[in-house]
Design a protein. Structure first.
Length: 363
């Protein structure tokens, strides 16, 4: 046989029983889920900011980062909802490279999936305990959903997964939002077809069971740019792109039309500092058009403690080992700029307390 069966892994129920989500946090998660749901249904005018490291490779630095977000959240929570990116699975274009903490809880050692599943769950739980912010993760393997289904408030389906039928139909059983990214080709019809499939009920085989789902009305689009036939990045966050998506939504029978703009990847050409400019352009487009304002519900930003990226083994605390990210100083400033009222308050405080009021002023 081509498969070598190494060992049988615990089921999601077994892992969840051994590492339960604390009961006292259940109401907090329900409240967060409801706040996010209302944004996507149009009942709330708050704006989603899904932000964090490209990959969650180290529990201590990730939880440190999320706790920093929590402090900013106190200032912006009336207008923004900060959702930490804790991405524990990483798709690889060629199959090579670091695939996330589920594969390698220690990036410098060989894959260990049992330890990885435990590390994934422990990190998500610790982050919520220390920050009060429930997180987003990417679903690379649909069969792993049960290991974190009680923890997450948002799931992203990546550009390489969005065309896969299993991803689409598993999303149809979620009770939280799922962002369906455009494929690397940039084909918006493919993306919208994935939303349609995810919003409708399905019957299928899942983890050895025959199952049935009701459809996920919170499935929506994520624009992340594309790669053209020459291998060049083509952005799709401009006003014209947003207007095109709006028209495509109007031509289809989809519930809760919504778009999140991924400011990195092919939208930035992986020039991570361009995320700042892209966020500002998206916010400007929302001001120009009431319809775009209604459609665009949030942004995704790749950010960590230290700016840029490093190779595995360099050991720089809080620096990405995959794609480069914004550093904390510019992240802090950008979040306040997304929320003009909070930015005004902080600016006034700076006048009182001095130019060092924000860490970003020290950069």
């Amino acid at each position: 046989m081509s498969f070598e069966y190494i060992r049988k892994l615990p089921t999601p129920d077994e892992i969840r029983e051994e590492f339960p989500f604390p009961a006292h946090l259940t109401d907090l998660k329900k409240k967060r889920d409801e706040e996010i749901r209302k944004v996507l249904t149009g009942e709330s005018n708050k704006f989603l900011v899904i932000i964090g490291p490209c990959s969650a490779d180290n529990e201590d630095s990730v939880c440190d980062y999320v706790s920093r977000l929590a402090r900013i959240n106190e200032d912006v929570k009336d207008r923004l909802i900060l959702i930490p990116r804790i991405y524990t699975n990483k798709p690889r274009t060629t199959g090579e490279g670091y695939k996330g903490i589920v594969h390698q809880p220690n990036p410098e050692q060989k894959p260990d999936f049992l330890s990885g599943l435990i590390a994934m769950r422990k990190m998500h739980i610790r982050a919520v305990e220390e920050s009060g912010l429930t997180a987003a993760d990417e679903m690379l393997y649909p069969e792993n959903w049960g290991y974190v289904s009680d923890l997450l408030s948002y799931v992203a389906i990546g550009a390489r997964s969005v065309e896969d039928q299993q991803h689409r139909i598993v999303v149809s059983g979620f009770d939280i939002p799922a962002g369906m990214k455009n494929p690397t080709s940039g084909n918006l019809t493919v993306m919208l077809n994935s939303v349609y499939a995810s919003q409708h009920p399905h019957s299928f085989i899942y983890r050895g069971y025959e199952v049935k789902t009701n459809g996920n009305e919170l499935a929506h689009t994520v624009l992340r740019g594309a790669t053209n036939k020459h291998g060049e990045s083509t952005p799709n966050y401009h006003y014209e792109d947003l207007n095109l998506l709006l028209n495509l939504y109007e031509a289809r029978d989809l519930k809760n039309p919504a778009a999140i703009i991924d400011t990195n990847h092919n939208n930035s050409g992986k020039k991570f500092e361009q995320q700042i400019r892209i966020v500002k352009e998206v916010m400007h487009s929302r001001k120009l058009s009431p319809d775009i304002h209604k459609l665009v519900k949030g942004v995704m930003i790749e950010s960590y403690i230290e700016a840029g990226c490093q190779k595995i083994g360099e050991g720089i605390y809080g620096k990405s080992i995959t794609d480069p990210c914004l550093g904390w100083a510019k992240t802090e400033k950008l979040i306040y700029q997304i929320d003009p009222k909070a930015f005004l308050i902080v600016s006034e405080a700076r006048e009182v307390y001095g130019e060092g009021f924000l860490a970003s002023d020290q950069e």
